[in-house]
Design a protein around this ligand. Sequence first.
Ligand code: ARG
Ligand code: GLU
Length: 721
Amino acid sequence: MKKVFLVIVSLVCLSITTKADEGMWLPQLLSKLNEGRMKSLGMKISASDIYSINSGSLKDAVVSFGGFCTGEIISKQGLVLTNHHCGFSSIQNHSSIEHNYLQNGFWAMDKTQELPNKGLFVTFIIRIDDVSSAVLAGINEKTSEIERQSIIDKNIASLKNSIAKESYQEVLIRGFFEGNQYYAFITETYRDIRLVGAPPSSIGNFGRDSDNWMWPRHTGDFSMFRIYASKDNKPADYSADNVPYIPKKALNISLSGIDKGDFTMIFGFPGKTMEYLPSVAVDQIVKYNDPIRIMIRDRALEEIDKFMRNDEKTKIQYAAKWASISNAWKKWQGEVLGLTRTNAVAKKLKFEEIFQDRVNKNPAFAAYKNLLDDFKKTYSDYEPYSIAKDYYTEIMSKLELFRIVGQLNTVSNAYKKTGEIAYQQKALQVKESLEKFFKDYNPEVDKKVFTALLKIYLSQENRFTSAILRNLSASVNNNYALLTEEIFKETELYNEEFVNQLLSKSGEEFVSTFYSYKALKIYSDMVDTYQSKVDAALIPIQNKINNLQRTYMKAQLEVMKEKKFYPDANSTLRVAYGQVNGYQPRNGVQYDFLTDLDGVIEKYKPGDYEYDLPEKLIQLYNKKDYGIYGKNGKMPVCFIASNHTTGGNSGSPALDAYGNLIGLNFDRVWEGTMSDINYDASICRNIMVDIRYVLFIIDKFANAGHLVKEMNIVYPKAKKK
Ligand code: ARG
Ligand code: GLU
């Protein structure tokens, strides 16, 4: 009886562990750490097909897109696929009321129509080297924190000079496991990236913010770009003479479709995770940090929303800002929910109990004895300052007039430091960047946001707020709308022409005028107060926490030997793997793993801001005109799997067992966004748009089939039978 029970228990455990694998793994270590496991989940290729320094592995088809997303190469002519929300600001920059590419989509019907994007780049990873021993040379247990950093900086600087690379390549050295290990990345960055195509937002961002972070999902979240290179296929600044880049590797595209249990893998650049925090840190996030940030964004969004609903121009102007403010806002809400529901803090405590017990029993671990207690004490010192920091950063970043003031302040600093010539240069730079800013600026929106957020700012303890602002507020009886007027009415800093005139004065005149402004005085006092009252206390505590966290990481690696560790995400190239699978969001509810066009039509609300659809898509649906992309009369749209992903993985290729492209990662499910802090296999799922939907939209909806002809389409499942 007992034996049978044990077998059942171990089977249950096994079935749990085979469902999903936590982790964002280093591609160069897959053969050592993960290959066997990946094969047992269904992978049919080898680790060296994924990463090899001899050209032609899958990694050569994956790029960091602009440093904030991931993209992949899908044709021999440098075609890059990424998300619509990753291409968003490029699409928006080319949009106006007359050419509203956000609303109507954009398709280059030949290469001459492809649109350049200033500042946009993609980066390839050529090679990854372990440089831990060189970077950490000269450091021992006794090295102080400050010394440590200066030794590391020196070592990195000299390493950068000695690492073998071509003149057009760069070296990036990054710390892993909290600086317990270091890797060097040899990279190539291409800077002439042109927009090739984007569906209308009603497809590319269907469901908008209501559906964001949610499953079931029905969004065609993709856009296409092309990499251009010099005539010798090397990185180059934009030039009309540049030619389409010829890649080392372009992904094959599978139209075989996906089934439950299929192996999938996500290859991309996840930005930031914090999987190894102590329980006290997670507790603070759940109790304070997330709720405060959510509350502040609540108010900002509420004000912006009123304008966007009533005015077409403001809607275009604030679309990108809205999307970015609301994105994290919604994620944090899911995070709090998920951490609470899965008892993350209790689980961490349990883990810490085992850790502490092993440490206590083994004299070799004596150095770790007080770690957890030190954490507790340090985090309690940290709390008020970390809360004040959240207030400050969340509020300041949303006060747009202060963005202008801040920029002008850099100009005046340039004058004060280096004189007239530096002033002129800086003024030119700032003019240019403010030109972009003013295109999307509406002072009326800004005033409402000021009113709402200054109120929140002043609700903090006095020691964390600007005395000048407090006094001004008192002088208008703490009427925050009047307070805002006081700040806005004195000058016309919200007016582009006014600012440009200011910037065309001589340096001396500029500085004396600018220095008399009330807006500057308040802004500066808020900055100074933050620096002297918050940062001054916070930074030493933060350093202490970083130090503890590094030791704790090292300790976990040594003490919890049976656990397989992956380093936290740090915007470097990673592989996550898992299987296609639905999940149970709550008791009694089961979610399927795949959606199709029927569901898009179900959500359709004519004229709605979030759920309107283009007429053409409805016609294609009515005729079931899906070409080679549909299956059994259905047009697949999105699917989910258990890959461990995070922000920055947007646009990452979803690959099948053979390394063929089957989809594009773009989101996670609401219940599982806490995977940044504590992955839980039962509810963490990443969301991908099915590649068949992408090609259907390009070919059937946009009549841009010439782009599909550039791609290499395969049917691995048909071949297998
Ligand atoms: N949640 C996704 C991510 O973190 C998509 C964001 C863009 N979509 C949106 N509706 N705002 O980037
Ligand atoms: N949408 C996210 C991004 O832009 C990916 C979703 C996630 O955070 O997992 O990177």
